[in-house]
Design a binder for this molecule. Structure first.
Ligand code: AMP
Ligand code: ZN
Length: 207
């Protein structure tokens, strides 16, 4: 590694150890923000917000993986499901209230859940329709992150939190194995060989 690259990596590593809020809310507006802080920006963007309550905000997913794809986030600084404890049961119930409201507003079946290994900072619950029809759905990783056990349904997370007071992480081996699962249609037994074949097939499920 050359010296400049080493210094840049070292500087970034230091930056990413800071609290996400302190970086995203930095007073220096020219300072570049790491991509993993993007939800903190979208939570403040009126174009992106669809609903807001005392405790939560619902935003549009910027790269939707289905016809309907929203994210529900807490206003409080909770990084992920792995920071939840028993005191957050009420917050999750508020997420569910918002999810039910959204389900009533649309005529497509919606699912609610969390990625076992989230890539973006700030706890966020995905609310996504099961069609999975979207130009942003491109890769096997995208597909498997919503259709395998990598997608942890809301009810499962709530139950685990009530029973254990925390959420257990998956192992790196489980993560790898879920991401490399064979493609499988989420609405029938068809096993497509490629993503283009899967995307074409999904259209046959549209009524
Ligand atoms: P996760 O893997 O659970 O962390 O998913 C993060 C989600 O955030 C993905 O569905 C992305 O499409 C979405 N996303 C990424 N950047 C933004 C952004 N700036 N605003 C809104 N949604 C975003
Ligand atoms: Zn199918």
């Amino acid at each position: 590694m050359n010296v400049l690259l080493y210094q840049a990596v070292k500087k970034f590593t230091k930056m990413s150890k800071r609290s996400p809020t302190s970086v995203a809310e930095s007073t220096d507006s020219k300072k570049p923000k790491h991509w993993s802080l993007g939800l903190l920006e979208s939570m403040k963007d009126p174009e992106s917000i669809v609903k807001k309550t005392d405790q939560c905000v619902v935003i549009k997913d910027k790269y939707p993986k289905a016809k309907i794809h929203y994210l529900i986030l807490p206003l409080s600084d909770i990084n992920s499901i792995y920071k939840l404890n028993s005191s957050h049961v009420n917050l999750l119930e508020e997420f569910n209230k918002l999810f039910k409201e959204m389900q009533e507003e649309v005529n497509l079946p919606l699912r609610a859940g969390f990625h076992a290994v989230p890539s973006m900072m700030r706890l966020h619950m995905h609310v996504i329709s099961k069609d999975m029809i979207s130009p942003c759905l491109k890769t096997k990783v995208h597909w498997n992150s919503f259709t395998t056990d990598f997608f942890r349904p809301y009810e499962e997370i709530l139950q685990e939190l009530k029973e254990n007071g925390s959420i257990k992480k998956i192992s790196p081996e489980q993560h790898k194995s879920l991401m490399s699962s064979e493609l499988q249609c989420n609405q029938c037994s068809f096993k497509p060989k490629t993503m283009p074949q899967l995307k074409q097939h999904l259209l046959t499920h549209v009524k």
